[in-house]
Each structure stands twice: as C-alpha cells, then as structure tokens.
Design a protein around this ligand. Structure first.
Ligand code: GLT
Ligand code: MN
Ligand code: MN
Length: 388
C-alpha cells in the first residue's frame, strides 16, 4: 500500500494556471484535453493542498479585451481566490505567444514592439499588485536569435537591462511590494535565448540599476537542457541571496523542454535539491511549472499535480531521515563537510600573509588522505532507495 504523505502549512506549494491548464498542444499536434475553467482549476488545486497560484496576464484576462471585460475577468479570479483560500504567489507577462513578439519583446529590433512590451508588463504589474503577488517573473522566451547577424548581443543586453530598470522604477514609484525574478533558459523557442543559464542571469543582475530587487527563478528543465547541475545553480543563487522563486519540474538531459512531473526523472538530483531547499531556510514558494504527459485526460492532469507534490514531500522526508542518520553524521565528519565552513586564512592582513608564508606543509601526507565520499554517497543512495 502507498504511504500517506501530508502537506505541511510551511510547504507553500504553487502551480501556474498554465500548468494544470495545459491542453497538450505541441509543435506536432493540437490540443488533446478540454479546457479546465479557472475556477475548477483553483478548486482542484486547493483540494490537493496547494498554497498558491501564478498567472500570465493573458491566462487571466483575454488578450486585447476592453477594460470592462478585463475588470470582470479579474474580479471573477479574485472571487475564486477568496472562495478557495489560495494566494496569488507570482505573476508574469506573456511576451511570447502573439506574433508581435516574434523577434523578441524587450530586445525586438523594432522600438515600437519594445515599448509595447514594457507597457504590457506595466499593466500587469498593476494587476499583480492588486492581487498581492510578491514576485514578478521574467521569462524571456523570445529574447534571442537564430542568426547572430540579426542583433548585436551587446545592444540586446542593454535594451534588456533598460527595460528592467524602467520597470523596477515603475514598481518603486508606485510603491508596490514586488520583486523581480529572471528565469533563464538556453533555447526554445529561440535558437539562442539571452540569459541562457542561472550564471548568466546572476552576472547580468549585478549590472541593473535596482539590482537589490532582482533575483532569479531557476527551472529544473532549463538548466538540465544546458547539461548543467540544477542543484549547483540553485545553491549559488541561494548563496548570493538571489533565489526569489523556483520552477520545479523534470527533464532528461539533451531533450526539448519536457516540463515533466517533478521527481519523475532525476531522482538523486531532486533528493539533494529538496534537501538544499529544506535546509537552507528558503522561504519562497515551491512552484511547479510542469504539465501532464500529452497522453493524459483531465483525470491524468490531477494525477500529475498530486505526483509533483507527493514526490517533493517524499524527498523532504528522505532528506530528514538522511540527516538524522548517525552513520551519515559519522561519514560526513570523515569527509570533512563541516571543515569547509571554517574560514581558511581569514581576511588579508600583512601579518596573516607573513604567518602563512612561514607555515610548512607536508604535501605527501596531505595527499594520502582519502575522503570517504563513496561511503557517504552510498548512504544517500541507500536512503533514496529505502534500503538504509
Ligand atoms: C512558459 C515557460 C515557463 C515559464 C513561464 C513563465 S511560461 O510556459 O515554458 O518556463 O516559467 O512565463
Ligand atoms: Mn518556468
Ligand atoms: Mn520549461
């Protein structure tokens, strides 16, 4: 019999409206599932213990609709949130679907398109503030090129930064309590997307005028597409105080953006990822940006959503068991995990430098040390497999 795993109030799981709402369209085939009404989505999500939802402007308010229609659609959503108790935990802009964005939004060669994109974000920032969303995500799916002749990357990055600086100015001016989170992705839909990895994004953020209010929203699938370790990217973002949001899903390396159910592929990676999130004091939401296999009907969509949550809870439980295992503590001590937390030489002073210069090192003895990592790692594998 399957084990019961319960969502804790601190878990703060969230889903995008476009995730459970995904109808299975892909470049080779049309929708395979019926549309789920937003109110039904919210009710379904609340039923399985979800804390919050996120949306693109166009998920909620029909693209190009009149002000009264937008207001009616927004008010209906607010009512559904109230009825289900779900929070609005993130908002974002659809700057990729409409043909107007085919050459990019903030980085389109056409200045009119660039202005329109910035205005579209400003309008949705007003909505985000009204709904109390604390984080605003920027996923620049169309910000990129197929041919490097089309854009000077340096100009494109300047326009990208200009747009974000302008929008951060708008948020500050309006007094909104909203932070920005940039979501990297290497490619798809563009051949090359700007800010392809967490590392590129973290470096770019430091160039921004209001860098303190800009962090990252890493996605499992996107770093994995680049062949990078998602764990390492997330760990660095946490270290830099820049993990503002996270997109959890799953992905096989070297494939198209699969957005699989969280925990369905990278079992060992996810064990360490969840352990990191749980132990690091990350307080943001755990946002599932994934969708059901195209083979599924609506029932399968809910199996998918429950699976994401169940896998996260299972990894969290395994991580707790691992950390409580005395054999793990012993193996970690042997490996010297805690020793790395101790500063090596401290801040530079001429005295410290002279002291270090005067030290001698028995390199041959140092080189003989074994670190016992095979034993430690096997303990992790034993815990993951349930044979510890
Ligand atoms: C789109 C993309 C996601 C982003 C979403 C936010 S939209 O589905 O594939 O990774 O997080 O714009
Ligand atoms: Mn995403
Ligand atoms: Mn994705």
């Amino acid at each position: 019999m399957s084990k019961d795993l319960h969502v804790r109030s601190t878990d703060k799981f969230s889903f995008g409206l476009w995730t459970v709402g995904n109808r299975g369209r892909d470049p080779f085939g049309e929708a395979v599932r019926p549309k789920i009404e937003v109110s039904d989505m919210l009710r379904g999500l609340a039923d399985i213990g979800v804390y919050g939802v996120s949306f693109h402007d166009d998920d909620l308010m029909t693209f190009g609709a009149s002000e009264p229609q937008r207001r009616a659609e927004l008010d209906a959503f607010k009512k559904d949130l109230e009825a289900t108790g779900l929070k609005c935990t993130m908002a974002t802009t659809n700057l990729f679907y409409h043909p107007v964005f085919k050459d990019g939004a903030f980085t389109s060669n056409d200045p009119q398109v660039r202005k329109y994109a910035i205005q579209k974000v400003m309008r949705n920032l007003d909505v985000a503030a009204e709904l109390g969303a604390p984080v605003y995500v920027f996923w620049g799916g169309r910000e990129g090129v197929e041919s490097p002749t089309a854009k000077d990357t340096r100009d494109a990055l300047s326009r990208y930064a200009e747009a974000l600086d302008f929008l951060a100015g708008y948020v500050k001016d309006k007094g909104y309590d909203i932070k920005f989170a940039l979501e990297p992705k290497p490619n798809e839909p563009r051949g090359d997307i700007y800010l392809p990895t967490v590392g590129h994004a973290l470096a770019f953020i430091e160039t921004l005028q209001h860098s303190e209010m800009v962090g990252v929203n890493p996605e499992v699938a996107h770093e994995t597409m680049s062949g990078l370790s998602f764990y390492q990217g997330v760990a660095q973002a946490i270290w830099q105080g820049k993990l503002f949001h996270i997109d959890l899903n799953d992905q096989r390396i070297g494939r198209f953006d699969q957005d699989f159910r969280f925990g369905s592929e990278g079992i060992k990676d996810h064990f360490f990822l969840v352990r990191l999130l749980e132990n690091s004091g990350y307080e943001g939401v755990k946002h599932f940006d994934a969708h059901a296999y195209r083979t599924e009907d609506v029932e399968g969509v809910w199996d998918f959503a429950r699976g994401c949550i169940r896998n996260y809870l299972a990894f969290a439980e395994k991580a707790r068991e691992f950390d409580a295992d005395p054999r793990v503590a012993e193996a970690m001590a042997y490996t010297g995990v805690a020793e790395l937390a101790v500063p090596t030489v401290g801040p530079y002073t001429p005295e410290a430098a002279a002291g270090l210069m005067a030290e001698t090192f028995d390199v041959d003895t140092l080189a003989k040390r074994g670190f016992g990592i095979e034993k430690l790692d096997q303990l992790a594998v034993d815990h993951i497999l349930g044979i510890a």
